[in-house]
Design a protein around this ligand. Structure first.
Ligand code: B1M
Length: 213
């Protein structure tokens, strides 16, 4: 692994918010690919944050600093990842479901989908089912994408699909879901059209759902 990727991963782990954009810019100046910087640097660091949080070696304030550093790096890469996309593939309304504040993975999925040529309307996090239905009426997307990181909030995906059905909109959109506790079986059980394991497969799935892959 290139030394700069290690420095980026360490910067994320340390929650070094000012350093991350500097390092990402340095990596870009060295001619490294935006996708590789994301996956071999930023995401590697965030995965280690996850491991340490789980084992009790890191606590919420530190995790928040890492998340902030991650956002700073993502922002710098956003336009480059989006620019790799082809012509407009379709429109996606994306959000993290009600009760859930985790948005890093959802943001990555959004960026990859932009890179695949989708227009992404990002509703943010802690999004109630009604907000999703309002956004479908307003933006008329091809796809609704939902993210959940907690076992307690994944059920909100099912409630959201119900709300979409009750609003008479279910046949107007495809629904894709993802997030660490979600799997294909759960997606099928709640009536989603597909499950994305990670940001890359999420964007691939989105293309399939609109018949562009
Ligand atoms: Co929280 N948290 N957290 N957290 N947090 C987890 C998720 C946890 C697994 C940590 C642990 O205990 N091991 C655990 C959940 C346990 C469970 O439910 N089984 C947990 C907990 C318990 C909590 C709190 C309850 C802690 C507390 O308060 N006691 C609390 C809940 C707050 C809430 O949401 N209501 C909480 C809070 C937080 C922070 C705010 C501090 C922060 C979030 C900051 C932010 O997002 N802006 C945070 C973080 C950062 C994490 C960990 C450490 C990292 C998550 C992350 O960003 N991963 C996480 C531990 C872990 O995941 N190992 C943890 C990196 C990201 C790139 O991966 O999000 O999985 P991920 O996204 C992937 C795929 O899942 C997929 O693609 C992405 C890119 O490859 N994907 C999709 C995601 N969405 C998709 C959608 C798609 C397709 C693919 O289609 C639409």
């Amino acid at each position: 692994m290139s030394e700069i990727y290690e420095q980026i991963a360490t910067g994320i782990l340390e929650g070094n918010v000012p350093k991350i954009p500097e390092l990402v810019q340095k990596a870009l100046d060295e001619g490294l690919n935006a996708n590789d910087i994301l996956n071999d640097g930023l995401v590697v660091g965030m995965n280690e944050v996850g491991n340490r949080f789980k084992s009790g070696a890191m606590f919420i304030p530190e995790v928040l600093k890492s998340a902030k550093a991650m956002h700073a790096g993502q922002e710098l890469l956003r336009s480059l990842l989006a620019a790799s996309g082809a012509a407009q593939t379709g429109k996606i309304v994306l959000g993290t479901v009600q009760g859930d504040l985790h948005d890093i993975g959802k943001n990555l999925v959004g960026m990859m989908c932009e890179g695949a040529g989708f227009e992404v309307i990002d509703l943010g996090f802690n999004i109630e089912p009604e907000k999703f239905t309002e956004a479908i009426k307003k933006h008329q997307p091809n796809i609704v994408g939902m993210s959940a990181l907690l076992t307690t909030t994944m059920r909100a995906m099912g409630y959201t699909i119900k709300a979409i059905e009750e609003a008479g909109l279910r046949d107007k959109v495809k629904v894709m879901v993802g997030g660490a506790p979600v799997d294909a079986e759960f997606a099928e059980r709640i009536g989603a059209d597909g499950y994305g394991h990670n940001a890359v497969s999420g964007a691939e799935l989105a293309k399939k759902l609109v018949g562009a892959a």
